[in-house]
Write a protein that binds this ligand. Structure first.
Ligand SMILES: Nc1ncnc2c1ncn2[C@@H]1O[C@H](COP(=O)(O)OP(=O)(O)O)[C@@H](O)[C@H]1O
Ligand SMILES: [Mg+2]
Length: 226
């Protein structure tokens, strides 16, 4: 199976939940799946992995890979990598991230890479998440919500992918905030407006975890869509 880069229309939109669910679904289907979160920022966890996202992804995939491979850069400031690195006066070496990604690709059948923030989140002054996806030579999966405003955010993200020459595998509508659009209507409008397939819609899941999301993804034929 191919590797994919999971981006989203925003932070807090469900990238980690979806990626962890997909990683677990792949693992349970006998696929050797690796995970990567090239950049993570936020409050450092007291035990285990520094980033909560990385802990979730590693546990869902069952990978034994070292934290330095899975998450080359962690900044203990909740901000974009560009802003966090500037504040901490740390230099970011993108070639190191690309080398570690190549290593993970050589170790696994498929690697799921979770981005950070959205598609234009800055990593260096003139280098954002879209540049990273392009340099990793990956297809993108875009996680979006069903909130009012999602059409604007999703179309902007799809357009940016096009502008950068990134192939978009599809959109995931994460209906975790049920106050928004009716998901079936939204999925069909997003497909018509963007020309990009909606691969799956995810309902609100109480006590959301990788196990529950993986079952939803399998029931909805997600693995055969990839
Ligand atoms: N389908 C869902 N149902 C219920 N809660 C969800 C769902 N998707 C995401 N969440 C919750 O929303 C929050 C943000 O999700 P997360 O996957 O961490 O977003 P991101 O990785 O894009 O920042 C988390 O607390 C997560 O548990
Ligand atoms: Mg996340």
């Amino acid at each position: 199976m191919k590797s994919y880069f999971i981006t989203g229309t925003d932070t807090g939109i469900g990238k980690t939940c979806f990626t962890a669910g997909l990683a677990m679904a792949m693992k349970n289907s006998g696929i050797d799946v690796g995970v990567m979160k090239p950049f993570s920022t936020g409050i450092s966890q007291k035990t285990g992995y520094q980033s909560e996202d990385v802990k979730i992804l590693v546990e869902a995939s069952g990978t034994k890979d070292d934290e330095s491979l899975v998450n080359p850069y962690f900044f203990p400031i909740p901000a974009s990598p560009y802003m966090a690195a500037n504040k901490l006066k740390t230099a970011i070496d993108v070639s190191l991230v690309l080398d570690r990604f190549e290593k993970l690709q050589s170790l696994h059948d498929s690697v799921l890479v979770e981005g950070i923030g959205g598609i234009m989140t800055p990593i260096l002054k003139d280098y954002c998440v879209a540049d990273l996806i392009k340099d990793m030579n990956l297809e993108a999966i875009i996680v979006t919500s069903s909130r009012i405003g999602t059409i604007n955010h999703t179309l902007l993200t799809c357009d940016t992918c096009k502008k950068y020459g990134i192939k978009t595998k599809g959109i995931i509508v994460n209906n975790f905030d049920v106050t928004g659009y009716a998901v079936d209507e939204l999925a069909s409008d997003l497909k018509n407006l963007s020309g990009v397939d909606v691969l799956c819609t995810i309902p609100h899941v109480d006590g959301c975890n990788a196990d529950k999301i993986s079952k939803i993804l399998i029931e909805n034929g997600m693995l055969s869509a990839l």
